[in-house]
Design a protein around this ligand. Sequence first.
Ligand code: ADP
Ligand code: MG
Ligand code: MG
Length: 926
Amino acid sequence: MGGRISKKVVRPAVKAKPAKAAPSKVVYAFGGGKADGNAGMKELLGGKGANLAEMAGLGLPVPPGFTISTAVCTYYYAHGRKYPPALRADVERHLQQVEYSVGKRFGDPANPLLVSVRSGARASMPGMMDTILNLGLNDETVRGLIALTGNPRFAYDSYRRFVSMYGDVVLGLKPQSKDESDPFEEILERKKHARGVSLDTELTADDLRELVAEFKTAIKQRLGIDFPDDPQEQLWGAVGAVFGSWHNDRAILYRKLNGIPDAWGTAVNVQAMVFGNMGEDCGTGVAFTRDPSSGENVFYGEFLMNAQGEDVVAGTRTPLPMRQLEATNPVVYEQLMTIRRTLERHYRDMMDIEFTIQQGVLYMLQCRVGKRTGVAAVRNAVEMVDERLITWKDAILRVDPEQLNQVLRPTFIPADKERAIEERRLLAKGLNAGPGAATGRIYFNAEDAEAAAARGEAVILVRIETSPDDIRGMVAAQGILTARGGMTSHAALVARQMGKVCVAGCEPLRIDYRARTLRIDGRDDALREGDDLSIDGTTGEVFRGRIDTQPSEVVRVLIDRTLDAQSAPGYQRYARLMAWADKVRTLRVRANADQPDQSSAAVAFGAEGIGLCRTEHMFFGEDKIGPMREMILAESLEARRAALAKLLPLQRADFAGIFRAMAGKPVTIRTLDPPLHEFLPHETVDQQALADILGMSLSRVQERVAALHEFNPMLGFRGCRLGIIFPEITEMQVRAIFEAAATVQKEGIAVRPEVMIPLVGHVKELDLQTVIVRRVAAEVAKESGVKLAYGVGTMIEVPRGCLTADQIAHTAEFFSFGTNDLTQTALGVSRDDAGRFLVPYVGEFEIYARDPFQSIDEDGVGALIRIAVERGRTTRPGLKIGICGEHGGDPSSVVFCHRVGLDYVSCSPYRVPIARLAAAHAALTS
Ligand code: ADP
Ligand code: MG
Ligand code: MG
């Protein structure tokens, strides 16, 4: 058992106070048409326990059992892994109730009750915690089971499953390295080989009985432990293992990835067994009430006859589609269809169910709200509104803003894919488990996949089947390909949740982990680690080599305009959802864009303006970098003005293009921000070339480059400091802005420029720059005869700017938080140099709950923002305030912006839909 407990993670000293007193009621019964709990009690009963109770309460056929609440888990960890004193008696009493209702006794050699011990946390953690089936078997009770059923094969099948599950989960006999296979699996494979069979179901009762003994011997030899015969000892061992597994590595990692607090704890469910492995009129299955991949309203699932529990999910045998159940067992199928309707009506959502058929009788073993792709989430939400299951406001909340990424995700270019098929590069076809297209290099295990991704490679993780140990590799990969397992296998489930492309159950694949090769039945291709592979998670196709991808339906309709909205149902659903979102949100959404084409894309995605146009990006263009360098190296004011004069028309043309694209929507343009040395060449050859062009000596150029060198350019000569020392630069830029505005306005297009001065910490900095802006604006208005409406404001990105916002607001007509730099300056962390410590800061030490450069650090940076908003609006009520850092596209930061009363967020064009939906969530939930 010891080996399974993860090493203690170092944690800050401040911890949640442990629950000192033992909780009063800790065990909750369910079954027989009633239950102590219900679906609303997930905190206490975990998701699985709460939903088992809910189903039992609905009168669905749930085998009876009880749930040991999460309060026990919390108590257990707060008290050095001890249980509350009353627990044993409580469990005893509830076990008796179960015995009574099924008419069997736990440990009774003549008529044994067998149970499953199942973990279940508040949030579903697929496959993270381990379930043990058929608990209560030993050499005596197995004989009782045989006598009772007259089916020794079934009895020993149950027994060998129990011993291997218990041996793995509780006793800890597991593979030791990444290339090793499961020890029980190895013994099983050897047995099948010896008997000349390929399926578990072909083994005889004697084979299975031998397996039980061989498993126990392996446990004794490798661990030095006798397998426990006493059912009570088995039960408490299993309960302890479930609680223990809350702190195993993969559970901790999963919680970290999904932001689940350690303090929640897991519940334990103990439930009377029903058997899907008693013969051909028995089986087990997993289903979704709608297609979790496309969202289509069809019953979608898989089952296996003569199988138990994990067989469907584990991918040891490839399961059959639900349709087949309709053919072979129409009565059970009809019953399931009725339950499907009942559950959808009751939960008003798409549900994921687990069931078992014992001798033609259906039992429900689990239900929960189904995980689905972004595409399916949008489709379910919109269609359920049409079906009057939910309101349009519910629909908005049904789609996680990040999930929209998948709706915008690329697919393979059809012509390229066709060519790949012609070139006979289509290797095989598996199940279309996670939509989208991915192309990358093959890696065969999580560790290597992670390492390759860290080197910047696109990775396709190729596994026979995946387990929770592969999660790190799945995170790192673009796509996941497995040889075994169905649509509900671990790989498929986790991939969909992560939004990864996935092809599962691709049976012709022959994967050799040790040799690191991938072969395909009936073909002579041999692919090795590092070779290119492309997978289509929408069709299930697997290709050798690379295939180019193309934009999604939404992008083709909105941006490329290569597809007609009328013939794009996926686009139409997206558009309806977004229209609902726009109806409720109060936060405006703008985009960060520096060029006309980006601006048009932003508008197509619903941007209501440009929140940040970075002028310096323009200077890196072919035609502009020359005069820019000339300007920087100029030795006199005249020379600098001459160079600026060359830049003026170029900038003006850029601005005009953007103004036309934005057609009257506000455009915030930031004056020059980065340190000047960024524009200069640092290699001698390039410096020589520049010297030649400018007619200077190489040494003079090098002198100037050296003079501009800074020890800490992030805090150096940049931002408004440039425009204050070289006012002619600001002058040229604002002239370009206003001349472009005048030109476009004369064309009959409205223009709303907003000039934004960066890095202001003192109101006088802004004053000095504002004088220039207003003077030039007046000059241009006079010269052009056009009346210009414009604003002048500042980017708030240093703490002093936040703290003196009341003073700054006397001059500034708007604020925009540059949260990238504000995070750097507030935390005293240089983002570019944070690599060494920021990852462990977040992951290992939990100093920040999330990367502060991705998600606003609400306590620190957020406090500065609150102060600035409050002080700024004290001086200037109604001051328009936005944010233009990377955070503007992060859903949780968007919610924060809504709460502190900002007017808009600005983010990259492709994140505009995500920000719109997040803003709608914020409006509906706060
Ligand atoms: P997970 O959390 O990984 O889904 P479960 O606790 O749901 O684990 O158990 C996995 C599978 O084991 C279930 O889907 C079900 O098929 C089977 N199982 C669990 N409890 C029972 C039971 N009492 N009788 C029959 N099968 C069971
Ligand atoms: Mg389950
Ligand atoms: Mg900045």
